[in-house]
Design a protein. Sequence first.
Length: 148
Amino acid sequence: MKTSRILIAAATVAALGGAFTAASARDLSASADVARDTVKGHAYQNGGVSKEQVVDMDHHLKPYDLRMTFSEGGHKDYAADLKLRIVDAQGHKAFGLGHAGPLTDVSLPAGHYRVVATRRDGVQESSAVDLKPGEPVNLVLHWPKGEV
């Protein structure tokens, strides 16, 4: 599977434009810094380190059920280069990426999932999420200031 290299830059979570805009579910083209592909049959896009990338990702957001934003520290700087694992209610791995963030959008079937993101230093953040048809979820995983 092809993935694009993500350049890491500090930005704030508040800079996100969370608008849901129309996009083609079949449009998996990638800009230079936004990766779009599939893992285990689940479409995803990953990137978002600049305003241009956030706009691009927002433009293609419609087919994704889950938007994950990763941040760290007191200024809520973006976090990237994370190991991402999503497991279903039965504990089976539904999705994973080795270099996720700062924004990762995934298309998954309705259901209960546990999202686990691990920084390169091994510190994890996780959260449960329930996905329902037609109800996209925004999930923020944040490593507090003391854990940076």
